[in-house]
Design a protein around this ligand. Structure first.
Ligand code: PLP
Length: 483
C-alpha cells in the first residue's frame, strides 16, 4: 500500500531543466526583459518552482488521489452529508462543449439553451419543495441558509417589523447558527427531548414577536421525522415568524412530502448531496433556495424568466436583496443536478428516497444487535449509533471504530455529530448501495466491536498515514515535507 514516491512533494521530484511543455521557436526578435518591464517589476531571481515532465506531474497527482477514499472507490456512509454515487452520465452531459465552452459574458440571445435549463431547474426545485419561487445563485448549502435569512430579514424590514432572533434546535448542523449570526440575528438554541424531537415546552418559552425565523432540519440529524412539525409550524406562524427548512436531508423525502406542504416558508437544497453533484474535498457545491410567494420579491437578482418563448435574466426586482454570487451561481453543479432530476423523473425521485430509507432501516436493523441505537428502531435516511457501552466496558471509542473501518476498506461514518448524542456515529448508506455492500459493512462493524482495544487504539494500520494526532495537527500543522 505504501508508496513513498507518491508522498514526495513536487519540489522534491524536481529536476533542473526539466519541462512539461515545449514552446515553438520564437518567431520575433527576442529582447531582454529589462527592456520591457520597469526594474521594480522584475524578480531578482527566478521563482523556485519545481521542474518536471508532464508524466511526472500526472503520476504524482494520480498516486496521491489513490491514497484517499472516495465514493468511486469505497462505500462512504457519511451521515448528514449524503455521499451517494455520482452517475457518470451527469459528468458526460455537464462536460459537453455546449456547456463548458460558454462564457458568462455572452449575450442572453447566445445562451438560450443554458437559460432554459436554469429556468426548468427553478421550476423543478419549486415543484419538489412545494415552494413557488427559487433562486439558483447561492454557492453551497450554508450560503443558501444565509441568503434565505437575508431574504427573511428584508421581508420583515419591508413590513416594518423588528424581529431579532432565530431559534434553532440543538441538534442542528453548525452552519445554521453561523448563518443566522452572519445574517445579523441573535441565535437562541432550543433543546431537543430524549427522543430527538423539539421540546415543545421550551420552544414555547422562546417563541415571541421578536422571533424572525425558526430553522429546522426535517428529517433531523438523528434521521427522525419531526412528529410535531404541524404543531410547530402553527406556533411559529401564530407569532408572525417564518419557518426555515434545512434541506440537507431531502434525500429522505423526495416526492413523498414537500416542505411547502408541511408549512416551511423558506428552504435550501444541497444539489451536491441530494442530486448527486460530486463533492469531495468540500466542494464545489450549490445551495439553491426556494421560498413562499410572499418572499419572492426579496430573492437575489437576477432570476431566469421566460417571456414570449424567450429566456432572459430579470434584474428589475426593486425589493431584491441583490447578488450573492457572481454570474449565475455554480452552474456546473446545477447542470449535474438538472441531469439527475431529468434522468429520474418524478417517480424515480420518489424511489430514490424510498430506497434510501429502506437501506438505512436495513442497516439499522443489523447494527442495533451489536451497537446501541438510542433513537428508536426505525429511521429515515440515516441513523445515529452510540457505542457508549463499548466505551465504558472496553475503552473503545467511536473514533477507534471509525479509524478501524478504514482498514476494512470503508470510509468512516460521521462521528461525534450530532453533539446531543454521546459517542455519536451517524450512518447514512444512501440508495445507491446494494444489499451485499450493506451486509459486508455491517459484518465489518460487527467484527471490529470484537477486536482488542490495543489494536483499535492504533488503527488504521494499512493506510498511507496511520492515526494522526489531530489536536497537534490542527495546532501545529506541518505544511512542509521534513519541516
Ligand atoms: C451539509 C449540511 C449543511 C451545509 O451545507 P453545505 O453545502 O455543506 O454548505 C447544512 N445542514 C445540514 C444538516 C447539512 O448536512
Amino acid at each position: 500500500m505504501r508508496n513513498t514516491r507518491s508522498t514526495q512533494l513536487l519540489f522534491e521530484l524536481s529536476r533542473p531543466g526539466c519541462v512539461g511543455v515545449d514552446l515553438p521557436v520564437c518567431d520575433v526578435p527576442e529582447r531582454p526583459i529589462s527592456e520591457l518591464l520597469p526594474a521594480g517589476a522584475i524578480n531578482p531571481a527566478p521563482l523556485p518552482l519545481p521542474e518536471l515532465s508532464e508524466p511526472d506531474v500526472v503520476r504524482h497527482f494520480v498516486n496521491l488521489s489513490t491514497q484517499n477514499m472516495s465514493v468511486d472507490t469505497h462505500f462512504y456512509p457519511l451521515g448528514s452529508c449524503t455521499m451517494k454515487y455520482n452517475p457518470k452520465r451527469n459528468e458526460r452531459l455537464a462536460s459537453l462543449p455546449g456547456m463548458v465552452d460558454l462564457h458568462p459574458y455572452q449575450p442572453e440571445s447566445a445562451v438560450q439553451g443554458l437559460l432554459e435549463l436554469l429556468h426548468e431547474s427553478q421550476y423543478f426545485l419549486a415543484e419538489i419543495s412545494g415552494l413557488p419561487a427559487v433562486s439558483l445563485q447561492p454557492a453551497a448549502g450554508a450560503h443558501g441558509e444565509m441568503t434565505a435569512l437575508l431574504v427573511a430579514a428584508a421581508y420583515f424590514r419591508d413590513r416594518g417589523e423588528k424581529r431579532t432572533t432565530v431559534l434553532i434546535p440543538d441538534g442542528a448542523h453548525g452552519t445554521n447558527p453561523a448563518s443566522a449570526a452572519m445574517a445579523g440575528f441573535d441565535v437562541q438554541p432550543i433543546r431537543c427531548d430524549e427522543d430527538g424531537f423539539v421540546d415543545l415546552e421550551e420552544f414555547a418559552t422562546h417563541l415571541n414577536e421578536r422571533t424572525a425565523v425558526f430553522m429546522i432540519t426535517n428529517p433531523n440529524t438523528l434521521g427522525i421525522f419531526e412528529k410535531n412539525i404541524k404543531k410547530i409550524v402553527e406556533m411559529v406562524h401564530a407569532v408572525g415568524a417564518l419557518v426555515y427548512l434545512d434541506g440537507a436531508n431531502m434525500n429522505a423525502i423526495l416526492g413523498i412530502t414537500r416542505p411547502g406542504d408541511f408549512g416551511a416558508d423558506l428552504m435550501h437544497y444541497n444539489p451536491h448531496k441530494t442530486f448527486s453533484g460530486p463533492h469531495g474535498g468540500g466542494g464545489p457545491g450549490a445551495g439553491p433556495i426556494a421560498v413562499a410567494e410572499k418572499l419572492a420579491p426579496y430573492l437575489p437578482s437576477p432570476i431566469v424568466v421566460k417571456e414570449n418563448g424567450v429566456y432572459r435574466l430579470d434584474y428589475d426586482r426593486p425589493k431584491s436583496i441583490g447578488r450573492v454570487r457572481s454570474f449565475f451561481g455554480n452552474v456546473g453543479v446545477l447542470v449535474r443536478m438538472y441531469c439527475y432530476i431529468r434522468t429520474h423523473g418524478a417517480k424515480g425521485l420518489r424511489e430514490v428516497s424510498e430506497h434510501a430509507v429502506l437501506n438505512a432501516n436495513y442497516l439499522l436493523a443489523k447494527v442495533k444487535h451489536f451497537l446501541e441505537v438510542p433513537h428508536g428502531d426505525r429511521c429515515m435516511h440515516e441513523f445515529v449509533a452510540s457505542p457508549v457501552k463499548l466505551k465504558n466496558e472496553k475503552n473503545i471509542s467511536t473514533m477507534d471504530i471509525a479509524k478501524r473501518l478504514l482498514d476494512y476498506g470503508y470510509h468512516a461514518p460521521t462521528v461525534y455529530f450530532p453533539l446531543i448524542v454521546k459517542e455519536a456515529m451517524m450512518i447514512e448508506p444512501t440508495e445507491t448501495e446494494s444489499k451485499a455492500t450493506l451486509d459486508a459493512f455491517a459484518e465489518a462493524l460487527f467484527r471490529i466491536t470484537g477486536e482488542s482495544a490495543d489494536l483499535l487504539h492504533d488503527a488504521p494500520h494499512t493506510t498511507p498515514v496511520s492515526r494522526a494526532d489531530e489536536v497537534l495537527a490542527a495546532r501545529k500543522p506541518v505544511l512542509k515535507h521534513g519541516g
